[in-house]
Design a protein around this ligand. Structure first.
Ligand code: NAP
Length: 289
């Protein structure tokens, strides 16, 4: 697992690929906008390729981190895609947050060529990617996961095999369902406390130590009070993730009433022009009222 390819140098992929290169792997990157790939090699060393196929030709393991299901299909399948370049015995790891169906589709396509596949969406946001502290939820076979895990440790503090292919994505859906509810609850509490005249610092210092505490509370309350929403995971991405979760939930007859409501609030944030605001911007809807 010495030669690595990384496809997609966005907010997440750029620093993740950087950690791999810094950890001694020979990394070849591909990015649709070539200037970013050039910038990456200037910063970290390594090489960049002009197609996902050529990036993957020498790779033992390829990581993908792009936008949605169709974006993954574009860079993996097709004439210039990863699977056209990869050698038999290599491993393909998809870090994109996508559907479980896509994971199964890619796994089947990879298997036909003797290539192993793991779906591996991440949690931890931009800061987690930059600090190499991501959590990775994986779906696939145990012995493949065990080969990939030490490589992923370059940018992950924890990775877990959740079961067969697709289960990594389903775990990520559960993660996003949790976040939707927590952020709405926190928004309502902070807005309520502010209107009732409580001091924010004292409030959070106190209740964060008890059962109401959360990552969102500790890391976002100050910026939520200040109306600053430029800190990571965009509302557009969240709505993409929730729509994937709704489709999966329907298959299992799992009810998501609160998540549906919060998704509607995120739509209102988009209507305010907050597409690229981070997910804590739910509080903006309450401030306006
Ligand atoms: P981003 O900053 O928007 O970057 C997306 C990357 O994918 C860019 O490199 C983009 O290339 C590339 N890309 C998109 N569509 C493509 C296509 N059709 N063909 C080729 N390349 C394509 O996104 P991100 O924030 O890094 O997120 C990436 C994935 O991780 C998403 O699935 C997201 O839901 C998930 N995620 C994000 C976070 C977060 O906090 N940001 C946290 C957890 C999970 P260009 O440079 O050419 O546009």
């Amino acid at each position: 697992m010495k030669n690595v390819a990384f496809i997609g140098l966005g907010v997440m992929g750029y620093p993740m690929a950087g950690h791999l290169q810094n950890n001694g792997y020979n990394v070849t990157v591909y990015n649709r906008t070539t200037a970013k790939a050039q910038q990456w090699t200037e910063q970290y060393g390594g090489n960049f390729a002009s197609t996902p196929k050529s990036a993957s030709e020498q790779a033992d393991i390829v990581f993908v981190c792009v936008g949605n299901d169709d974006d993954v299909r574009q860079v993996v399948l097709g004439n210039d895609g990863v699977l056209a370049g990869l050698q038999q015995g290599a491993i393909l790891v998809d870090h994109t947050t996508a559907s479980a169906e896509l994971a199964r589709e890619l796994s089947a396509a990879a298997k036909q060529q003797g290539i192993e596949f793991i779906d591996a969406p991440v949690s931890g946001g931009q800061a987690g990617a930059e600090n190499g502290q991501l959590t990775v939820m994986c779906g696939g076979e145990k012995q493949v996961f065990e080969q990939a895990q030490p490589v992923m440790a370059s940018f992950a503090k924890f990775s877990q095999l959740m079961g067969p292919v697709g289960n990594g994505q389903i775990a990520k859906m559960a993660n996003q369902i949790c976040i939707a509810g927590v952020v709405q609850g926190l928004s309502e509490a902070l807005n309520f406390a502010q209107r009732a005249g409580l001091d924010a610092e004292t409030l959070v210092e106190t209740i964060s130590k008890g059962a109401a505490g959360s990552w969102q509370m500790e890391n976002r309350y100050k910026t939520m009070y200040a109306g600053e929403y430029e800190f990571g995971f965009a509302v557009d991405w969240m709505r993409k993730d929730l729509s994937i979760a709704f489709a999966e939930a329907q298959k299992h007859n799992a009810q998501l009433p609160m998540t549906k409501m919060v998704d509607g609030f995120y739509q209102q944030v988009q209507d305010m022009g907050g597409n690229r605001w981070d997910t804590s911007s739910l509080i903006a809807l309450l401030k306006d009222k």
